[in-house]
Design a protein around this ligand. Structure first.
Ligand code: BDP
Length: 701
């Protein structure tokens, strides 16, 4: 063989080997890998999916393309595309209007109740032929139905007798990017911003479309492109053109763009001398700006605002309130049906010494004062995305205002992209938590979806942290958090475990044993992180600035609420922040009987114990151990869980694509080191106080 031929031959053999072992995956395809299914599953699906009946119009282009790509990949053959059912095994896709013109044989009476985004997937017979119907009132609903159908195949579900009806519980399901215009990402751990502002609007990165598909596959229908610590330039004509170019790629996938705005924009880019929300010139500026935006982006979603918080400007500069500020923007957006998402993440300690109380004290008096197109966007807990927090007391305390829930997908305080921490269980804990606002059963989910208070406007946001890394999220398992956020935003009654299993099968492996093991790893990974970082209701022990490693002794030179010691208050007498009625009385911000439950250290759930109480080191826990012993057990338990994940993952060698397997192995090793470090640093630090207290007690005896 000639040298050239030999090289070619080797290349072909190499390609065949890779193809036969499955594609070496770098994670870039996310859960949209449509690799060939195994037999006999594939064959059974092929029988049911011989042809795809779908309109050839532009409105159906996205779902048509996705179904064709998905089915071809999974089944190894391309279904025939037709305009009407011609054989057994048809998948018939359409909206109420396209389906009705085709046949009067199908009953579409229940489509209306599914709203604009809902869909049904149903096994029916047409002229004795087996047909799978995917239908909705709108093309967007059909797209969601199409993705749902593909998910069934990707996760090996039976498709014989389908009768699925779904509609989202929450209306606005958004990602929040904390991306800066220079390409950096605040709290992003997966490379640079995916938005290539310098290339826009001329050059459209192909990843925008993958992003749109991935989000649409989950039902995410909006995205805030830029950081809440906003730069005013985003509202200049130049950047609005760039934004419009992104909007154009996302539109066919039902995703609207929104922008974070800076309150001083009228001064910084508009040349005004004030940004007082009651000033006519300011109101006019925003109105004109809204017109300009909607001329370029007719379906623009609205504004997200961080005001008067952590150095951001706000209406308070002019003695005005959050409501005055929000209503100024709401007035400008209203003619175009845009909304304002005004954040409640504020902690002005002149209002109260206890940071956890501040937002409630500022916002509750404003209930009823916000315009009807304003949502108050509220983090799940009262402080700031700690590994675990009790629910934010604002949830259930502003009946006249729709509250949008803000969760953090990017793992700022949970090991960033280095730790395997599946946040599905955290979000379930939040969404299922009972606020008791209108009696038992008033869960956070029911506040957020609007049902408890009768709001039609409802929303949920996840801070994304996505970046230019090939796998989008840095840690391959952080993809699962993006996935889980989207699925729970659509339907928060899904179980975290079910969602994890879908993701595993679509992304990593369909081997049932491997799926079980990985699901088990994921299930306890968040609780483990809580254990090795901040067990028993502790919070904010992370190093200042990067928020990664442990620094329980940290004291900020200027702000005590940025010091670890402010949060844990460890001393010889005990540990914890007394927020009971004898302390800061933050418990009073919760509804009874939750208030009383939290107020009493004997009934306060132990997971929140030190959040609400300052207790002596020998406080007796339900386990019979002292508080100090329990802390040691928890820190150790967290470490052991990570070491167990490491061992378990090793047993999966050969079952997971090599690059992903290696990447996860490396990161688990680092996580185990980090967990041990967290345990050792925290126990050593707290141990000094515990030991001193024990010595003192012994001396007294
Ligand atoms: C904190 C982050 C900070 C954000 C802030 C926010 O550390 O970078 O700007 O939240 O939500 O978690 O505004």
């Amino acid at each position: 063989m000639q040298r050239k031929e030999r090289t070619l031959w080797l290349a072909v053999v190499g390609w065949m080997l890779t193809a036969s072992c499955g594609r070496a995956d770098d994670g870039s395809r996310l859960w949209l890998r449509y690799d060939l299914l195994e037999e006999p599953l594939r064959h059974s699906y092929q029988e049911r999916i011989r042809e795809l009946v779908i309109p050839s119009t532009e409105a159906f282009a996205a779902v048509r393309e996705e179904l064709l790509e998905g089915l071809t990949g999974l089944l190894g053959q391309t279904p025939a595309v037709r305009e009407s059912v011609s054989q057994n095994g048809a998948v018939w896709v359409g909206t109420a209007s396209t389906l009705r013109t085709d046949s009067s044989l199908i009953d579409l009476s229940d489509l209306k109740e599914l709203g604009e985004e809902g869909f049904l997937i149903r096994s029916i017979k047409i002229d004795f032929r087996d047909v799978i119907l995917i239908a909705s009132q709108t093309e967007r609903g059909v797209l969601y139905g199409g993705f749902c159908f593909l998910r069934l195949l990707q996760s090996s579900q039976p498709i014989d007798n389908l009768n699925i009806k779904e509609k989202p519980r929450i209306a606005r399901r958004l990602l929040n990017h904390w991306d800066n215009l220079d390409g950096s990402v605040e709290r992003g751990y997966a490379g640079r911003s995916i938005w290539r502002w310098q290339d826009l609007p001329e050059r459209i990165d192909p990843r925008y479309k993958v992003y749109a598909r991935a989000n649409a596959s989950l039902g995410i229908n909006g995205t805030v492109l830029n950081n809440v610590n906003a730069q005013p330039q985003i509202l200049t004509a130049e950047y609005l053109k760039k934004t419009a170019a992104i909007a154009q790629v996302l539109r066919p996938y039902g995703i609207r763009v929104y922008l974070s705005i800076k309150f001083t924009a009228p001064m910084e880019i508009g040349g005004l001398s004030t940004c007082d929300p009651l000033e006519p010139a300011v109101r006019n500026w925003w109105k004109e700006k809204a017109k300009e935006i909607y001329t370029l982006i007719p379906d623009f979603g609205g504004f997200l605002v961080k005001a008067y918080s952590e150095g951001q400007p706000g209406p308070q500069m002019y003695g005005r309130t959050h409501a005055d500020g929000a209503n100024l923007l709401a007035e400008a957006l209203a003619p175009f049906h845009g909304i304002v998402m005004w954040r409640s993440f504020v902690y002005d300690l002149t209002i109260d010494e206890d940071r956890a109380k501040c937002a409630y004290l500022e916002f509750v008096p404003l209930d009823g004062k916000f315009a009807s197109n304003v949502l108050v966007q509220t983090k799940n807990g009262p402080i700031d995305f700690q590994p675990r927090e009790p629910i934010n007391p604002l949830l259930g305390a502003m009946p006249k205002t729709p509250l949008m829930l803000e969760l953090q997908i990017t793992q700022e305080y949970t090991g960033q992209a280095k730790h395997l921490v599946y946040l599905g269980p955290q979000w379930k804990e939040v969404l299922e938590a009972d606020t008791y606002a209108y009696g038992p059963g008033t869960t956070v989910g029911r506040i957020v979806d609007g049902s408890a208070e009768g709001h039609t406007l409802s929303g949920i946001a996840g801070v994304s942290g996505l970046g230019t890394d090939a796998n989008w999220t840095g840690h391959p398992f952080s993809q699962a958090n993006w996935y889980a956020f989207g699925r729970l935003a659509w339907d928060y009654t899904l179980s975290a475990d079910a969602v994890a299993r879908e993701w595993i099968q679509m992304t990593l492996t369909r081997d049932p044993k491997a799926v079980n093991l990985i699901a088990e790893m994921m299930a306890g990974s968040w609780e483990a992180c809580v254990d090795y970082m901040t067990p028993l209701g502790l919070a904010h022990l992370m190093a200042e600035g990067h928020h990664y490693g442990p620094a329980p002794d940290y004291v900020h030179p200027g702000r005590h609420d940025w010091s670890s010691t402010y949060y844990h208050r460890a001393s010889k007498t005990g540990i914890g922040f007394d927020r009971s009625s004898k302390g800061s009385n933050a418990v009073s911000q919760y509804h009874p009987p939750l208030r009383e439950l939290l107020d009493n250290p004997k009934t306060c759930p132990e997971k929140y114990l030190l959040w609400f109480h300052h207790l002596p080191w020998d406080w007796r826990m339900s386990s019979g151990r002292t508080l100090w012993e329990e802390m040691q057990v928890r820190y150790q338990r967290g470490v052991e869980y990570v070491e167990w994940m490491q061992r378990t993952w090793k047993t999966l060698e050969g079952k997971i694509d090599r690059p992903i397997f290696d990447e996860v192995s490396r990161r688990l090793a680092l996580q185990a080191d980090n967990a041990r470090q967290w345990r050792d640093v925290c126990l050593k630090y707290f141990g000094q106080f515990a030991a001193a207290s024990i010595e003192k007690k012994n001396a007294q005896q």
